[in-house]
Each structure stands twice: as structure tokens, then as C-alpha cells.
Design a protein. Structure first.
Length: 343
């Protein structure tokens, strides 16, 4: 005779299997969640980081001179961008967005921004004096400061380069004291620190008229702080090189007492202070300093001329491919040339 069935026995007996199923389901869910997390982390790690490149890997970057020095021919800039893109540069630096004879209009500024922003490689724009310093309003008065501020709004609104691929940048405007100076930016690539600095070719926009020099004087203070920050950062991070892009040639390699002005006895040299500062800080820097400007003569073959650890590359409207070999004695060379031979 079968023993009497105790109510609830089957339910109680089934609980261990039910709890096991719940535990198994929970474990599966936790495992799936962990797997998703690992996949996400792997994908994040695999995402290309333009700013963090191996220090031992060589690379090249493109630099475009002032395409509008000879006139308002936009095709010169278009061809330069197309040509330099073919060498697969890590980034491109272009100086100057318009000629001195073109209007300083928002429409033209926006047109040139769209052109530069279409570049396949990261595009960094370095301002030229012709972009803003000679601008006048409808009654013929200078509106250089207003136009410079407008360029800052259009070209340097965030912490990235232009181009289809973006490069993260650090701007001087991140400092509260120099919030206006967003055109000065730096970035690191392969243990080299790169930076732009607003030094227009027309004597650094120094104006001799009384009471008209506030823009020059304020920017002088900002650039002084910027150069100090760049050299300090390069030294602290043990950078192998520092590259500065500007419109004007500050004359660092010229003989002491030299002025870019033909009669500097009666005129102030607008580049005197940045020249002294770069010289002094470059002497203490253990790496190489390369200065790139757009004051090269038309038709001359670009080359890097070295004096000590300071190199100078001056371009006209052409472009150049600069190769960087971290860990090599010849840190910077031009394609097809012996740019280090003069060192």
C-alpha cells in the first residue's frame, strides 16, 4: 500500500530544480553581460587614436605655404591639398585662407573653411596676416580685431582640427586668461610636439600710430605665455622635437642684432621679443626645434637649414612633405632631399 501523499511534497521537491534553473539563467545573463563589456572594451581599445602614436614609428606630415600670396586663385590651394593627400600624411598644416586683395567677408571665410574641411587628412589652419590684419570696414577704417575674432569663431570653435578625420588639439583659449587666442593650438604625434602661433608676416602687426597697438601688445603677452608653455611641456614630456608653424619669419637664425626691418633704428621690430624668447628656450631644450613659416621666395627649392638644434623651413605657395623619424639623428627631413646635410 502506497504511503499517503503529503500535500505540497511535489512542489517542495521541484524547488531545487527551479532554483537551479534560475541560478543558471542568472549566470548566463551575467556571463553575457560580461562578454558584452569585454567586446565593448576591445572595440574601444581598437579605435584609432590619432594623438597617441608609437614613438618608434616614423610618419610624415604635409605643410602648405601661403597659397594666396600671389593672388586670389583658389585652385592653387585645391591642388596643394589634393597633392599632399596622396602621400598619406598624419596631418596637414595650411597657412593663409585668402589673399590680401580679397574681401574680408563672412561668405569668403565660410567658403574657404568648407574647402579646408573637405580634406581627407586632419587639417590644421594657421592664420596669415592677409587673412585679417589688413581688413578695413566700409568707411576705410581698420577692423582687423573684429575680423580676427570672427575667424576664431569660424575656424577654431572646438578642440579639434578640420578635415574628414579629426585630430584632437589643445588651444591656448582653454586658459581663462587667454580665452580669445583659440588660433594658437598644439598637438602631439610620435614624441614630437607641434604647435601654431599667430605671428603675421607684416611685422607681427605692429603699428607705429599712437594708441593703435593694443592688439599687438595683448597678443605679445599671450604668445609669450604660449611659447613658455610649449617649451615647458616639450621638456617635461621628453619630446624629441618641437615644431612651430607661423606666417611670419621671426629670424631666429639671423645674426644677433639683426632686424627684419630695413631701417630698424627708427622702427620697432615686431618680432624682436618672440625671437629672443625662442632663442633662449631652444638653447635649453634637449631636442630639435623646427620653425616653419611662409616667407620663402617663389621658385626656390624648399629646404631645412639648421643652426645648432634649430631648423628653419620657409615656404612660398608650394607644399612640402616632412618626414619624421623618431629616435633618429635626422629627426626631420624633406622628401627626396638631404635637408639634414646643412646641420
Amino acid at each position: 500500500m502506497m504511503p499517503p501523499r503529503v500535500p505540497g511534497t511535489a512542489t517542495v521537491a521541484a524547488q531545487p530544480r527551479h532554483l537551479a534553473a534560475i541560478a543558471s539563467s542568472t549566470a548566463d545573463a551575467a556571463g553575457a553581460a560580461a562578454l558584452v563589456t569585454l567586446v565593448a572594451l576591445a572595440a574601444l581599445a581598437a579605435r584609432p587614436a590619432l594623438a597617441a602614436q608609437p614613438a618608434t614609428r616614423g610618419f610624415q606630415f604635409g605643410v602648405i605655404g601661403h597659397s594666396f600670396k600671389s593672388g586670389p586663385d583658389e585652385s592653387v590651394l585645391r591642388r596643394a591639398i589634393a597633392d599632399v593627400t596622396q602621400v598619406a600624411p598624419a596631418f596637414i598644416v595650411a597657412t593663409g585662407i585668402k589673399s590680401s586683395t580679397e574681401p574680408c567677408s563672412d561668405r569668403l571665410y565660410a567658403q574657404r573653411r568648407a574647402l579646408l574641411n573637405d580634406a581627407a587628412a586632419p587639417m590644421i589652419v594657421s592664420l596669415a596676416g592677409s587673412d585679417w590684419s589688413g581688413c578695413v570696414n566700409s568707411i576705410g577704417r581698420s577692423n582687423a580685431i573684429e575680423r580676427l575674432n570672427r575667424l576664431r569663431e569660424l575656424f577654431y570653435a572646438d578642440g579639434e582640427s578640420l578635415g574628414e578625420r579629426r585630430l584632437p588639439l589643445t588651444r591656448l583659449s582653454a586658459s581663462a586668461k587667454f580665452r580669445s587666442y583659440s588660433e594658437n593650438a598644439h598637438w602631439e604625434y610620435g614624441k614630437v610636439l607641434f604647435a601654431t602661433i599667430n605671428l603675421p608676416a607684416n611685422n607681427n602687426h605692429f603699428r607705429a600710430e599712437a594708441g593703435r597697438n593694443s592688439e599687438y601688445e595683448d597678443r605679445l603677452v599671450a604668445n609669450r605665455a604660449w611659447l613658455h608653455r610649449l617649451f615647458t611641456l616639450a621638456e617635461r614630456q621628453k619630446m624629441q622635437g618641437l615644431v612651430l608653424f607661423s606666417d611670419g619669419d621671426v629670424g631666429v637664425q639671423a645674426e644677433q642684432g639683426f632686424s627684419l626691418l630695413p631701417s630698424f633704428q627708427s622702427k620697432q621690430d615686431g618680432f624682436a621679443e618672440p625671437r629672443r624668447q625662442i632663442r633662449a628656450m631652444a638653447e635649453k631644450f634637449k631636442g630639435k626645434v623646427l620653425l616653419v613659416d611662409t616667407q620663402g621666395g617663389a621658385g626656390t627649392e624648399p629646404s631645412i637649414v639648421w643652426r645648432g638644434n634649430v631648423g628653419h623651413l620657409s615656404l612660398a605657395a608650394e607644399w612640402a612633405e616632412v618626414r619624421v623619424a623618431p629616435g633618429s639623428a635626422a629627426l626631420f627631413t624633406l622628401k627626396g632631399g638631404a635637408a639634414e646635410a646643412t646641420q
